[in-house]
Design a protein. Sequence first.
Lengths: 99, 212
Amino acid sequence: MKEIIYAINKEFESRVRLGIMSVLMVNDQADFNTLKELLELTDGNLSSHLKGLEKAGYVKARKRFVNRKPNTTYSATRAGRKAFEQHLRALEQYIRKQR
Amino acid sequence: MIEKTHLDNIREIRHLMERSSRFLSLSGLSGIIIGLYALATAFISAWYVRQHGYDVESYHLLAFLPNGDTNNAFLNFHIYLAVALLLLSFLTAWVFTRQAASRQGLPSWDATAKRMTINLLIPLFAGGLFILALLQRLEISLVIPAMLLFYGLALLNASKYTFNDIRFLGLLQILAGLLAAFLPSYGLWLWAAGFGLLHILYGIMMYYKYRQ
């Protein structure tokens, strides 16, 4: 049991982070507004979680200008994908053990 | 308690993965209506052909008059008919999809909708231009197979970005197209089956499966 709980990644404990990673797992990239709409979040909330994931090395940001407006797109790094998959496996095991 | 939040999390992960990568507001009802348009079009065409004293099975030969000239009246009539059907169908799909999206509280023109549309339109445009080339060369017997084949390929391509069910519809259209290529005298029947019947059946299925 202990090792399973350990594998449940602290970085993904928040629902927002879980949501961000879910979107980035199935899309090559997503911009800030798309994420905001999908997750129904405020700018501040979303950007603080994105920063957290960036710091952990799970998410990569790329800043560009579209029609002179700044536009940031995010994508999952290889480490992020691996960590997320591990996290999902751990969740699955945890739930199975509970039954 | 912990178990419950984990289950909720997993449910939400699945929902977000699907919602962010697939366009899920296609309307089954529009499929039914487009299928009915297509059946009506096939009937009009069959009526036209019979009016002029031919039978539907010799359809693919009607590009030429008995004296060897091109049958411009036949060609023009069918080009207008096809263009009218195409425009009406697109309009219907657009209106119903917007309605379905707004009922689900989703944007009807988001990244997933764009991706699906682009992937649908690429094979469709290629097919449209290819058919223009066929018409220019008066290769009329290949027009119906090309319509079905390219439409099937377009659906197959778009299915990665919307309901998976569309993939099978695409495969069936491709099958109808190949049959029409080898059995040209059944062309109009296969066209009516593909664009008419399959759309209606699929629309009914989608309507009951997803209630929209």
